[in-house]
Design a protein around this ligand. Sequence first.
Ligand SMILES: *Cc1c(COP(=O)(O)O)cnc(C)c1O
Length: 466
Amino acid sequence: MQYISTRGGISPIPFTEAVMMGLAEDGGLLLPRTIPRVSSETYASWQDLSYPELAFEVMSRFIDDIPNSDLRELIDRSYATFDHPEITPLVHHGTLHILELFHGPTFAFKDVALQFLGNLFEYLLKKNDAVMNIIGATSGDTGSAAIYGVRGKEKINIFILHPHKRVSPVQEQQMTTVTDANVFNIAIRGTFDDGQAIVKAIFNDIDFKKQYNLGAINSINWARVLAQVVYYVHSCLHINRHEHDKAVDFAVPTGNFGDIFAGYIAKRMLPEGTIRKLLLASNTNDILTRFVAHGDYSLGSVVATSSPSMDIQAASNFERYLYYLLDENPVHTTAAMSQFTETGRLNLSSSCDQIKRDFVATAATEQEVLETIQLFYKEYGYILDPHTAVGVHAALIHQQKGIPVICLSTAHPAKFGETVSKAIGIPPEMPHALAALADKKSRCELMDADRNLIQDFIRHHALEQQ
Ligand SMILES: *Cc1c(COP(=O)(O)O)cnc(C)c1O
């Protein structure tokens, strides 16, 4: 499989080069040249595969430059860190099916992709005899999933900036108790935006970026999308084992459009009609809901909510869907993206029919999130985290008789105990591994939000190409 850019400015490259490139060199996003279709016979033959076996079948259709045995080994190792035998189990409550994506080491769905990406980076760097230094800023969750993805790996160092005392105690512990020699936590005296601005400035230092082979942890890497396609297929198979030939809907709590875009790829890959609709669920930051409803993609300002991992306006993976919406035309995609950069808005109302064939969308208010957590606890004794509740709220509104809805559960409720307590009056039970963090040794550098100081620190501790 060859990969192309949404902006048409690079010649096609194989999978491993697309992974190492991250963002396409022309500023676009990388996509497979075609989306492989799986026949009904093949789909049926996957019924009894384990999660890692299925991951191999799905991923190998997009990868032809890693030997099969190596790919199998990478997949096996990536999912051995999950604490559930089914990796992403489906639990059933009333008419809804909750797909628990939080059984990885940091109790959030980003582990599904980042455990794989960390192993993949290490494998490719060893092969090319190269090193990488990953730099990122986090407001909480992505940082720990990235750190756990690469801890202890050869050829990779990671530097994560977080705002000192402005992440939750659990989030801070999750990051700073990882004391592997290749992990550097930097608490800055400042905000998340200060951290992000510093990281951006360091990436813009082209000589520095080249010299230390800087890598990013954002959600635009194609390998992250690909790893996420697997659980859509896995959960469809699970439903179809009991309800033959039934189309399913997915409800997806959405921020950067990475997770739901993986669902879009799965929808196009699986036999026609396997996935009916993707229910796009936003919190108060509803740019994507407005896009689905009216074709109006226009920036608002970011509002802080109880589902912070979805407090996003411009969604970094949106350009991938836009490319398909504009008939895979890179010239039109480039023009649309530069218009969006200049004016902060895009009018895609002429594409509304197409958008509505793929998506239905709903935004949840803060009150609705609390009510959904409450309702689900009362009815089923099951505790939703606030992100998952945004998706379940959309599912309850849009579910149709006879069509199963799978709701993606993107975080363990214990990570957002305050909101849960507010909704149901008691805090969720802490998993042992999270509770134990408080007694662990931690390592973290406290620094002023000064770009030069931080860049010097990184220079001093970065891996260098021999
Ligand atoms: C990242 C994240 C999301 C949003 O996923 P996107 O791929 O950015 O749309 C939802 N819930 C949680 C808990 C997350 O960490």
